[in-house]
Ligand binder design. Structure first.
Ligand code: C2E
Ligand code: MG
Ligand code: MG
Length: 576
């Protein structure tokens, strides 16, 4: 130790001078710098943390007790070792001293130079050890930067001080694109090296007062503090994005690595909690991933400026949920081999008390961004499963139901629990539940997404890729995902008989599906000609306005019984 810095907190000058003298004797051969603080009410807790090697505190400080100072220091995260000095010994103070975090407790009249030397050396060594353990608990083992626990605590502190000082703050979440590919192609050591370099570059891209953490796998988080206003996050996001604009040198290989970035900047006068802030940043990250690689998504701002048409929807969605303005409509799917109804698709409808119906395409993206999709999605799932179980129990009608799910839902493990819970609640065989995800969503590269989809399939539910043909599926995806069916996108069905290309694509998708042992449905069938064309293509299942548009559960049942009787040999076919 170069120079030991000691702070004495004592309201009595004579006592201070005595302690000072004893200290000098105890550390005769060492350089000492001793400060004295007489008024304990003037303590600046955070600065004590970094300024002193040890602190000696008198128990009796007039209006305040030494023990309370120690307690406050601990609350402020102070790691400086603290030794309590007292004029008289009491068993209670002795116990409290260790409980409140004092490293030692000395009776003033007993203090000798040897005792002081020993007590201080032990206190410093013990704190050093404690500090090392704490650092380990807060550090990511691979990159040496902060870990998730540290980011959580940092953000909690930043939130408290930002509210006090009316400053802004932000949270950025970063997920490397195709990191799995780097690991698979170059090995884990190269992957590790990439993570280390990304950590270094991210640290260099932000200010020292901000905190860069690795949250696990290929995910990083950055806590930004002391921002003047919400807009201040934009140049920071640009810098973070630039981190990925030049290749990474990994041994002899150069790798271009991009990242998806989700962020939120908290408005000055907003009292968001940290879990809510994290949830919103996470949703932004999800939509960034959804937009494709190398995308940045900032959580929509709360100002009244340039808002998108749907940006005000989140609060309306919450109100609509309460006012029960959402409904589930059902659209039949038929099996072209025998014309029977072989399933139904649940489609959400928003019919506001006042005003026009709002299309799913207009409010689902807003609900995904605000997180309301979790609540809406859970409600659709439960309503649809309850409905088919009512049909099963009361009408003896066993129909599988397909429920559309957003990638945000699939990305959360709570969705698996929810599906399990709903299946159990309605005593529903899992194979009666089909989960539809769009082809674009199926391309998400998140490990959790694939794992969760697999878990849903393991429950016994079917997974269907919806709107197939307009995304950019890779065949690898068919290997990774537990898919059981494809739905040809309506745009191709609309082109049938008019465009040779649409015909060829429908044919190709059907052949591909058959070869992969997947069932295939044509959706958006609007004419008899389209229906007969897809029959010729060997596409077994069909859905569309020509068969029946999505309708309420009551209308569905009316239509279903009429349709069923039309199938009897005496009746002429409904579809001709
Ligand atoms: P999707 O799952 O591909 O559903 C088919 C869409 O096509 C539905 O639109 C349906 O009403 C419409 N449709 C059915 N037959 C025909 C037809 O013959 N011609 C034409 N032109 N359209 C037809 P909708 O209900 O507006 O839903 C649009 C999309 O919104 C759905 O596409 C689905 O991706 C999403 N969506 C609907 N309900 C939910 C839900 O509960 N959760 C989630 N996450 N997404 C949903
Ligand atoms: Mg669908
Ligand atoms: Mg579709």
């Amino acid at each position: 130790m170069d120079c030991m810095k000691i702070l004495i907190i004592d309201d009595d000058e004579v006592d201070y001078l005595t302690t000072n003298r004893k200290l000098k004797r105890a550390f005769r051969s060492e350089l000492l710098e001793i400060d004295w603080l007489q008024d304990a009410r003037k303590i600046n807790y955070p600065s004590l943390f970094k300024d002193y090697d040890v602190c000696l505190i008198d128990q009796n400080l007039g209006s305040i007790q030494g023990l309370n100072v120690i307690q406050n220091m601990h609350r402020a995260g102070c790691m400086c070792p603290m030794i309590l000095l007292t004029g008289s010994m009491s068993e209670k103070t002795d116990h409290q001293a260790s409980e409140f975090g004092a490293t030692d407790f000395l009776l003033k009249k007993d203090i000798t130079a040897t005792l002081l030397n020993r007590s201080i050396r032990f206190a410093i060594a013990q704190k050093k050890h404690e500090k090392k353990l704490t650092e380990l608990a807060y550090t990511d083992g691979l990159t040496g930067i902060a870990n998730r626990k540290r980011l959580d605590e940092f953000m909690e502190n930043v939130l408290t001080s930002a509210s006090r000082s009316q400053t802004g703050l932000g949270l950025v979440l970063i997920d490397l694109d195709d990191f799995k590919l780097v690991n698979d192609s170059f090995g884990h050591l190269v992957g590790d090296d990439l993570l280390k370099q990304v950590a270094e570059r991210l640290k260099a891209a932000v200010r020292e007062t901000d905190l860069v953490a690795r949250l696990g796998g290929d995910e990083f988080g950055i806590g930004l503090c002391l921002m003047r206003d919400e807009m201040d996050i934009e140049p920071v996001l640009e810098k973070i994005r630039n981190v990925f604009s030049s290749p990474f040198q990994l041994g002899t290989t150069q790798i271009n690595c991009t990242a998806s970035i989700g962020a939120i900047s908290r408005p000055l006068k907003n009292s968001l909690t940290f879990p809510e802030l994290f949830r919103r940043a996470d949703l932004s990250l999800y939509s960034a991933k959804f937009k494709g690689k190398n995308s940045v998504q900032l959580y929509p701002r709360s100002d009244n400026g340039a808002r998108q048409k749907t940006a005000r929807l989140p609060s309306r969605i919450q109100r609509a949920l309460k006012k029960q303005e959402f409904h589930v409509f059902y659209q039949p799917k038929i099996d072209l081999l025998d014309q029977t109804v072989c399933g139904t698709e649940a489609l959400i409808r928003w019919l506001p008390e006042e005003g026009l119906p709002i299309l799913p395409a207009d409010f689902i993206p807003a609900a995904e961004l605000s997180g309301d999709i979790m609540e809406i999605g859970a409600w659709v799932l439960e309503t649809a499963c309850e409905q088919v179980s009512l049909w099963r129990n009361h009408l003896n009608l066993v129909l599988p139901v397909a429920v559309n799910m957003s990638p945000i839902q699939i990305g959360r493990t709570e969705t698996i629990d929810l599906i399990q819970h709903v299946l159990k609640k309605y005593d529903m065989p899992p194979n009666l539940l089909e989960i539809e995800i769009t082809e674009t969503a199926s391309l998400l590269n998140s490990r959790t997404f694939i794992q969760n989809l697999t878990a849903i399939s393991d429950l016994g539910c079917k997974i269907t890729i919806d709107d197939f043909g307009i995304g950019y599926s890779s065949f690898q995806r068919f290997m990774d995902l537990p898919i059981s069916a494809l739905k040809i996108d309506q745009s191709f069905i609309a082109g049938i008989n008019h465009s040779a290309k649409a015909d060829a694509i429908c044919k190709a998708i059907t052949v591909l599906a058959h070869n992969l042992q997947l069932s295939v449905t044509a959706e958006g069938v609007e004419t008899a000609a389209q229906l007969s064309a897809i029959e010729d293509l060997d596409c077994q299942f069909a859905q569309g306005f020509f068969i029946k548009e999505p309708v309420s559960s009551e209308q569905f049942i009316d239509w279903h019984s009429a349709y069923r009787s039309s199938l009897s040999p005496q009746a002429s076919s409904y579809l001709n």
